[in-house]
Design a protein around this ligand. Sequence first.
Ligand code: UGA
Length: 459
Amino acid sequence: MAVIADQCPDVQVTVVDINQTRINAWNDSDLSKLPVYEPGLDAVVQRARGRNLFFSTAVDEAIAAADMVFISVNTPTKTKGLGAGQASDLRWVEACARQVAQSAQGHTIVVEKSTLPVRTAEAVKSILLAAEQSADSPQRTFSVLSNPEFLAEGTAIQDLELPDRVLIGGENLEAIDALASVYGEWVPQDRILRTNLWSSELSKLTANAFLAQRISSINSVAALCEATGADVREVAKAIGTDSRIGPKFLQAGPGFGGSCFQKDILNLVYLCRHFGLPDVADYWEAVVKVNTWQQHRIARMVVQKLFGTVTGKRLAILGFAFKADTNDTREAPAIRIVKDLLDEGAQLAIHDPKVEPEQIARDLKLPASTAPDADSGPTRASLSGEGTWWPAEDIASAVKGADAVIILTEWSQYRALDWSVLGSLMRQPAWVFDARSVVTPAEVESAGLNFWRVGEGQP
Ligand code: UGA
């Protein structure tokens, strides 16, 4: 919404949330306190805030004044009840639709921005229709559009400013034109695609499923490369130069994370089963299964290389965010890998330039311990089998005394580490496990360290 405000100075954008603390943070004069870390977002907010971009908790007033309302609430995977573990929890979408139905005035275009299962617009439409027909309410009418978001975290501002496409699904041509004219301020017309509501909703899930499928495909090939002596980077390059395949999303790693891929695929799986297509459901579910397998595989492999046990051993984890340039840890591969290592009794120093230690503790469901003395080696307590972790302030203190370094996020600073210095701080024989292919192998090996990286077999 901030980018819409930035690009369309004549459109007034009001972002509303019932959470006062969050709105205060959006209004904070210190732009480093914005609730979301996203490169370039602070500059966009600075340009537009107070001009035509406002943040407020006055939800009903903002709805009443609006010509268009974007529903952009969370739709996490249900944790209980019907469809638990797969279907999206739509309670907040429904609550929003009801609030819009109650507070809107005149004609209002309601835009689904949240990622939703196919045919959710139907539910939103019925709630709004009931309000249109209600005799005791003032005259009000609605059009519903689906306008899914394709931005990726870390590159959100450039994805929004130069999108591959904008997708608008709907039935009412005037409403579609109205939304298209907002995007038309900065997006070329041929990149604004118009579809029916259901195609638009399904395209969002399908785009994420295809992207995630590429990652599971290349990770499955990475395992085969390790077993056969091939190198996944060479294979990715070789296949990616085929213009029909293309080079993007072929980076093998610790599996995909983030709030969307797994959730959207599971949603697709649920829909397929619901519509009587169990084989199609199994096909897509395999993408998630391979992803989970890859994460357990990496943890297992670390244990194996460290003489079959990490109990009491000090390991440095570099990177906890689900990818670089974000502080987001939702479904981060690091969570599953670190939990497996903790189950094996490892002592983990965790470093991430952006993720707060409190967030790591929440993700691991384990409070941080105090850092043990790096020079004393495994203590009797650490050999008891109880895994512990602590936040490392810098890379050197994470690595000091460690038997292994495990790189799980591709932060740029991890590409430029001085392994001759870091290696001398470690307990020998020491290992570097590079799950993101950010390290130059020769630099690690000439520092006398053992080295593993994803998808590299021994020829
Ligand atoms: C993803 C999609 O890329 C966006 O188009 C979509 O709008 C968004 O989900 C969403 O539905 O909200 P995002 O989750 O922010 O965006 O991040 P991606 O850059 O797609 O990365 C997802 C995961 O895949 C990360 O863990 C990343 O490290 C991993 N990945 C990505 C790989 O392991 N290999 C690759 O080659 C690419």
